[in-house]
Design a binder for this molecule. Structure first.
Ligand code: UDP
Length: 329
């Protein structure tokens, strides 16, 4: 029987590349698409020799054409760190809105099922804790995070509209903070920031007093949840994340222990609209998908640290190995 064909947008990114690996392993023909603004070909170069893998260098905010059949589409293209959306706010809005519209259209003509990557950012700075899928959120539309949060909220709305109006098979995953190998070392996110600082022998920068919380999910657990959701018949949003919550201060202490750095912690201003607490309620994922995370933070952090340690030394000193010059429209 011919292999099922899957399109993964953002396929050269952190999550996208892990999804490419998973679908190749499951026996699919995988087409990865990426404009490489925040993605990196090094994340998928091991797949180029694979006969069931293709890469298209394309910006999904523009019309998307893929020849042949498609059974599944995973829309994972988007900048996803606060620094990225500050640098490329318009593109962040476009990929979540125009890009999603293009992919929903493609899903219709191909008769494919589509899953879109939403985010815990739809909850904004939440007033309900932990966050259930029924919570509507507390988002500042015109703040620095608004471009991402509102793009993702629009993305959910248009996806549901295609589902109800066109009968399209759609899935929505709300992704909470995720970490693992292939995160960009200098994308500003807290985990690569702390590990990069430890490896360079710099002090660890905590924003605010470090009492804000996050709940970190190891990438393999997330991929398993996404895989199960795609194959399920549930069209409403589902939280996927690890409920193990920690303050950023305690997280910094864990990284200090892990890396053995002798540097200290320094405190910087808290960025505007930085959520004070975040923890997924995963009751739904457990009940509908039989899913829950398996990898402890200790284990996941060890694997991730080993990955960062093995990177070429010059990568440590690049402020950001992706350049946005010429992309900002
Ligand atoms: N953070 C920090 N130091 C850093 C980078 C981030 O204290 O060098 C904080 C940030 O203010 C936030 C948390 O860590 O409260 C997680 O930030 P990240 O950018 O990883 O993700 P998000 O805020 O989107 O959850």
């Amino acid at each position: 029987m011919a292999k099922k064909r899957v399109l993964i947008t953002g396929g050269a990114g952190f999550l996208g590349s892990h999804l490419c690996d998973r679908f190749i392993k499951e026996g699919y023909f995988v087409i990865a698409m990426d404009n490489l603004i925040t993605g990196d070909l090094r994340n998928i170069e091991h797949l180029f020799k694979h006969p069931d893998f293709e890469f298209y260098h394309h910006d999904v905010s523009k019309f998307v054409h893929v020849p042949g059949e498609l059974h599944y589409i995973l829309h994972f293209a988007s900048p996803a760190s606060p620094i990225d959306y500050l640098k490329i706010p318009i593109q962040t809005l476009k990929v979540g809105s125009l890009g999603t519209h293009n992919l929903l259209g493609l899903a219709r003509v191909k008769n494919a099922r589509i899953i879109i990557a939403s985010t815990s950012e739809v909850y904004g700075d939440p007033t309900v804790h932990p966050q259930t899928e029924e919570y509507y959120g507390n988002v500042n539309t015109v703040g620095p995070r608004g471009v991402y949060d509102e793009a993702k909220r629009f993305q959910e709305a248009i996806t549901m509209a295609y589902h109800t109006f066109h009968g399209l098979e759609t899935r929505i995953v709300r992704i909470f903070n995720t970490y693992g190998p292939r995160m960009r070392l200098n994308d500003g996110r807290v985990l690569p920031a702390f590990i990069g600082q430890a490896l360079r022998g710099e002090d660890l920068t905590i924003f605010g007093d470090g009492s804000q919380t996050r709940s970190f999910c190891y990438v393999d657990d997330l991929v398993e949840g996404i895989y199960r959701l795609l194959l399920s018949d549930y069209a409403l949003p589902v939280n996927i994340g690890n409920p193990s919550e920690i303050t950023i201060k305690d997280f910094a202490e864990e990284i200090i222990k892990l890396t053995g750095t002798t540097q200290k912690i320094v405190y910087k201003d808290l960025p505007k609209d930085d959520p004070k607490q975040r923890q997924p309620d995963i009751t739904k994922a457990k009940a509908i998908l039989g899913w829950e995370p398996k990898v402890s933070r200790a284990e996941g952090l060890r694997i991730t640290y080993d990955y960062f340690k093995a990177l070429p030394r010059e990568v440590l000193y690049q402020r950001d190995h992706k350049s946005f010059d010429g992309y900002i429209k």
